[in-house]
Design a protein around this ligand. Structure first.
Ligand SMILES: Nc1ncnc2c1ncn2[C@@H]1O[C@H](COP(=O)(O)OP(=O)(O)OP(=O)(O)O)[C@@H](O)[C@H]1O
Length: 679
């Protein structure tokens, strides 16, 4: 065990760096490199949260980790989560902080408000978040990962901004300063200037992310979230900024729309500072959070049961995908779509790869893309909620075969589903009897589960069992770490976690697929917000692909690889356990269906409306204009390669085949359209 030298305390009290002083209880959240537990600090008999950062899974070097812990311990603002103390236990860094009993806004939306919150709650949440940003910016910090998943709520409605995993200091010099020129954050929330190589950015990048977060809270998802990362990058750079639509978002006030528009200005110099934004009329009228936020979770089960339900749902998804291993599953876009942090691209590498691609090829792909896009956009009334792979369509066009809405569990099945899903079991038992699970109870006994009797769990377990691989995490200088397996270390430190219900173990196994670190990184942080499998670097991953996955491989270029199967990963399992609420519909409706967080059904988002959301405003009413090769700087070319050129080096399809396949997909789209128009 070692010490990190950060400490302090809540309310002047000191928290010890002795792991035995903490009793870890339920898991309440996780990211790719961290798992967060509700815990009791025994000397004070106080509930706290302990974030266990697995140093093996951390992409960052020890300095970064130390910086996060240090930043957190120096924080002194009611809207920013602070660390009471942090210390190293085995191969984990434990960060002790206040427990936020209602978890993140993202979790809350996923579980009960799939269409977003009502305006009064949004106003309060955003105002508190903005106060946090004002404080951080004043003290020279750029948060760099502002999003609903990092806005935490406690049961009194208190709002705190969390996760300094990728924050940067504006006063940094040298290497640290250069890190501000790196490409860090979560794609959908990232400001255009953050995506531009070498241009540098400052705290105004947080204001952009704040604007995106406002849209996320309003709609239940960030703009562009259903597109693959490279598409998002292109759209962010090229399109008019997203915003609240005057037609579609009628329920929202003019001042809210204006405020969002002020944040989402591409020219960072024209964005307001947090301080200035706080003076906007939208925030002047915002209610105190105890009035507007607290009621959001009045009738929901405890956080850990919500988290468990979401985990089960994600794990079941993984199992049902019949992927050869959890690792292969892990390249999923779904991860990214739900908000993966710390995308860390090597711009030079991307540029180098871009330079290897001929403009002609690129332009050809762009034209194909454009045509296909039109097909998709024109398929009015077609419910396309996810990247469902039309089997008759070449893997090269996976992204465009979105017209099919098959494979999605229909809402009816959700609400009337007589069969119990594992997550339903958990929440039902919790809901009905509130079981013994009392918030802040010192120990929680969960009902035992029997994976052997549960095909889903059994499957997960098997797949997880097969999936473990050697990890190649970064070396952590300056710290002596016990070389025992981190999992073992964790268990022994935790002691009682050995007794954890079996049902929890497979889930953890699934998530804990190794993080392949190395120079070329696919985001390897499974988001705390995503509750899904971790993503792996294609660098380390590439060699480990078995034949099947190679056959499915659409592209491997540099750090990214896209498989035909992972494109279609977002088929959701119905989560029929917790009543969902719409913004207008605040009382719980137990019969409400919950069918996946990212399902955008035709009612929610008709195809015809989509371009408005994407382009919003006068600048760019049609689908993303594609880069002209003459305008391409390295990065745009590179993104074009990934997004537009879905013909991998490995692909065997000739141009002729491709164009035939394109035709097939066009015909399919027309057929769907015709069918729809007849109905
Ligand atoms: N103090 C807390 N109290 C309650 N829940 C928390 C707390 N801190 C974090 N969580 C939950 O755990 C999740 C993961 O935490 P955090 O975001 O810090 O981890 P991470 O590995 O940095 O994740 P990410 O991939 O989003 O960066 C959060 O989204 C939240 O749901």
């Amino acid at each position: 065990m070692g010490r990190m030298g950060t400490g302090g305390g809540g309310g002047g009290r000191s928290y010890s760096a002795a792991p035995n002083d903490y009793r870890l209880l339920e898991e309440v959240g996780y990211g790719a490199s961290a798992t967060v537990y509700r815990a009791i600090y025994l000397p004070f008999n106080e509930v706290v949260a302990v974030k266990c950062l697995d140093l093996d899974r951390c992409n960052s070097n020890l300095d970064d980790i130390r910086r996060e812990a240090q930043t957190m311990s120096l924080i002194d603002h009611p809207n920013v989560i602070r660390a009471y103390c942090s210390f190293v236990v085995d191969r984990n860094l434990w960060v002790v902080m206040p427990f936020m009993a209602e978890g993140s806004c993202l979790h809350l939306m996923k579980i009960a408000y799939p269409d977003g919150f009502e305006e009064s709650a949004i106003g309060s949440i955003l105002k508190e978040t903005l106060k946090a940003l004002e404080y951080l910016h004043e003290h020279g910090h750029i948060h760099r990962d502002v999003k609903a998943g990092n806005i935490l709520l406690d049961s009194n409605g208190v709002v705190k901004l969390a996760d300094f995993g990728v924050s940067a200091c504006m006063f940094d010099k040298g290497d640290r300063q250069r890190s501000r020129n790196t490409f860090v954050g979560t794609p959908c929330w990232m400001a255009p200037e953050v995506l531009q190589p070498g241009s540098g950015y400052d705290f105004k990048a947080d204001i952009w992310s704040f604007g995106i977060t406002a849209l996320e809270l309003a709609h239940g998802h960030a703009p562009f979230s259903k597109y693959p990362p490279m598409k998002v990058l292109l759209m962010t750079i090229q399109n008019a900024p997203p915003g609240l639509d005057y037609d579609r978002d009628k329920k929202f006030s003019k001042s809210f729309k204006e405020m969002v528009a002020m944040c989402l200005v591409k020219d960072q110099t024209k964005r307001p500072t947090a301080e200035k934004l706080l003076k906007h009329s939208f925030f002047k009228t915002a209610k105190p959070p105890e009035l507007s936020v607290k009621k959001l979770f009045a009738d929901l089960p405890p956080l850990w049961n919500r988290v468990k339900a979401l985990q089960l749902k994600d794990a079941a998804q993984l199992a049902l995908k019949k992927m050869p291993s959890a690792e292969q599953e892990a390249i999923s876009q779904s991860e990214y779509q739900r908000g993966v942090s710390a995308w860390n691209f090597d711009i030079e590498d991307l540029k180098a790869q871009a330079s290897l691609v001929h403009d002609d090829d690129e332009m050809q792909e762009m034209r194909e893309d454009d045509e296909s896009t039109k097909q998709v956009v024109n398929s009015k009334n077609t419910s396309y909620s996810r990247f469902s792979l039309g089997k008759a369509v070449s893997t090269n066009e996976v992204i465009y075969s979105e017209q099919t809405s098959g494979d999605v569990f229909p809402p009816a099945e959700c609400s009337s589903n007589k069969e119990k899903t594992p997550e339903r079991d958990i929440l039902e038992s919790d809901y009905q009897g509130k079981v013994e699970l009392e918030k802040n109870a010192s120990r929680t006994e969960l009902p035992p589960s029997h994976p052997e009797k549960d095909p889903v769990l059994a499957k997960i377990k098997t797949s997880a069992g097969n999936s473990r691989q050697t990890q190649s995490g970064p070396l952590m200088p300056g710290i002596v770490l016990n070389h025992s397996k981190s999992e073992r270390g964790r268990s022994s430190e935790r002691g009682e976690n050995e007794n954890q219900p079996l049902a929890e173990r497979p889930m953890r196994e699934v998530r804990r697929a190794p993080s392949f670190s190395g120079p070329l990184m696919l985001p390897n942080r499974a988001s705390a917000n995503s509750l899904s499998a971790p993503i792996k670097s294609s660098g380390g991953f590439r060699d480990s692909l078995d034949d099947k996955s190679k056959a499915n491989l659409v592209q491997i270029k540099g750090r990214f690889s896209v498989t035909s199967e992972n494109v279609d990963l977002v088929k959701d399992i119905p989560l029929c356990t917790v009543p969902r609420r719409s913004a207008q519909d605040s009382p719980l409706k137990k019969s409400a269906s919950v069918c996946g967080d990212w399902i955008v059904d035709s009612k929610q988002m008709p195809i015809g409306q989509q371009p408005k959301e994407i382009c919003n405003g006068s600048q760019n009413e049609k689908f993303p204009s594609l880069p002209r090769s003459s305008e391409n700087n390295g990065i745009v070319s590179t993104f074009s390669i990934f997004w537009l050129t879905f013909n991998s080096a490995e692909s065997t399809a000739s141009d002729r085949e491709r164009s035939l396949l394109m035709k097939i997909s066009e015909l399919q789209a027309r057929l769907v359209k015709l069918k729809d128009s007849k109905i």
